[in-house]
Design a protein around this ligand. Sequence first.
Ligand code: SAM
Length: 284
Amino acid sequence: MAALTDIGTMRDILTRHGFSFSKALGQNFLVNPSVCPRMAEACHPDIDGPFAVLEIGPGLGVLTKELSRVAQKVITVELDDRLLPVLDETLADCDNVTVIHGDAMKLDLASLLKEHAGDLPVVVCANLPYYITSPILMNLLESRLPIHCITVLVQKEAAQRLCAAPGTRECGSVTLAVNYFAEAEILFPVSRGSFLPAPKVDSSVIRLRLRQEPPCTVRDEALLFRLIHAAFGQRRKTLANSLCGAGYQKPQVTEAIAAAGLSPTARAEELTMAQFAALAESFL
Ligand code: SAM
């Protein structure tokens, strides 16, 4: 079969299966032939032996095919049932791929990995549907799945935010949440013309290498994330006003900010992870 990134081949498959793109499911399929091999190569740093890959949203299977070349097992989750017969055809020669029909946000991924990856080290590699980039990443990180690394194609702005250094202007609550679990880096840009249909914005491939230990220690992790979320809820306001606006009592906020050694006029985006950790500790 000709390469799946070939537009003629892709259109032929889509027409034969009567498939039309769903904007709601973030269906922008890769047609740039160099992106998938680069992602497949980059997705397993520090793993020398066999490994398994979890992919979310295979689409026509263009990245899945490349992953099946480098991994011992590929488990790929697709929500759109119209793509299942397409994948039967495009992945017919990939014996090490298991296609699961379901919603990656709702499936029990831990059981899925246990069943299909066994004891193999697991990495995630995907061209994520844009409408759920952050929820999927947070779900993967917070559920503490046995994952070594997450390599994903996301919108350029999302990439910049996810990989920003804490304490800088590009930083948001998701930056700090990601930073708590992983070391994030932008690997390479992908132009909007690399997709069919072409989205309105450019993209980037990012890689999150999961940490063995978080960068700071807190007694109440859930409180840390609630505070981060509240602080960035109204990012133009001062930290004190944002926290009060989120329902925390003013005397407690004032006292905790002082006890953490922070300025009452500081803004969320100026704070490092260690400073948020100190704030969370002084709230207890
Ligand atoms: N991997 C393919 C590629 O690179 O050409 C397709 C990527 S496309 C950006 C996103 C894919 O995710 C689509 O196939 C879409 O149907 C699927 N998808 C959307 N929401 C999903 C969900 N909640 N769970 C699993 N797959 C989903």
